[in-house]
Design a protein around this ligand. Sequence first.
Ligand code: SF4
Length: 453
Amino acid sequence: MLTDTHCHLDASAFDPDRDDVIRRARDAGTGVIITVGSGLESSETAVKLAGRYDMVYAAVGVHPHDAKEFTPDTAERIRELSAQEKVVAIGETGLDYHYDHSPRDVQRRVFESHISLALELGLPVIVHSREAEADTLSILSDSGVSRGVMHCFSGDLDMAEKVMAMGLYISFAGTVTFKNAERLREAAASIPDEYLLIETDAPYLSPVPLRGRRNEPSFLLHTAGKLAELRGVETEDIARITTLNAGRLFGTGGYSPEGKIAYKIRDSLYLNITNRCTNACSFCIRFHSDYVKGHNLRLDREPGLAELKEEIGDPSLYREVVFCGYGEPLLRLDLVKALAGWIKENGGRVRINTNGHGNLIHGRNILPELDGLVDSISISLDAQDEETYRALCRPFIEGAYRGVVDFVREAVKYVPDVTVTVVDAPGVDVERCREIARELGAGFRLRRYNVVG
Ligand code: SF4
């Protein structure tokens, strides 16, 4: 299910066929639409539309274009509207120095006033920023706001990182599909899943290949498809991730209450067999999210062999079945061996993502036991020396770094494809790690800090 986090359903462009627009959105997989007020009248209509359509929620605010019309009475009415059922945010508000339809000092003042209201009401803020990056960032930062979204993001990765550092989400619209949007696509490809949202901004900014037509929420699929292509995942992954994020920010649903033991990313199946680990890496997603690619991975118990087989079904349907790293899978060595054997017997390929502590955990060389059961293994080296490893990975086990290096040295003897992975975290000498991998006879992969899956 897709969530269109920003559209203007109140626009007169939708007057002739609004019911059909909603129906087409639903048919195209868009299950939630947030219609965003751009002025007082528009906000009043947004609230009414949220009352009329189950899948529609509302945001209330005054666009920077109309900041000059914002009076104390407007502020009071926005406050009243925000108390209505299904109002999930304050906005859109912000700064637009491209058109300058309102004086800049007035825009700044009205923006601050919206943020104060959002903070007071505990609602997220929907921010518009055009050619006003420095002032937008400075107002947001001074306000201390940490719940909100930079809508129809048009900045670069540097701007995105500053926005995310405040805790705000980044929402991409159809502009990411436009021909001359390389810089935007670079940001869209790189920001972590946990900060990603999508929107249409309909009736404006139709995505390629529908440019020139009136935009509508059913066209969101094209923007989701472009993001999937840029991020090397499927459209359904983008739908799940962004719907979950929208649910977190706006309370519009999308959570799965139970931890998943098997989940698909691209054409591989990932197995979540434990949340325990012998490291507490400073970058580990387990410490700030229950979700990877929109899948809830927080287990309330560890799964057994039979239920994992049932979840997998036919392993030959996947490019590979991966024992993955939301915990250290080799803590459950017996289960890994039994399941890997079954996967191989049934025509599947097996990969293990591990922190390389397997031999230390079990007090013996376990690699010969994996011979013939595992096709590939990714081992997190994560540092060029013991000291950096200790600071970054915070192991609970003595001699961990040396143990990882020895594990790689043994793995290349028994597993056909061994890759050493390193996260590009501060303090990591990536080139030295690459050299260590080469010396050990393993492949090398650099993982981006804060990107999982
Ligand atoms: S080794 Fe993997 S699962 Fe364990 S703490 Fe580090 S990142 Fe998390």
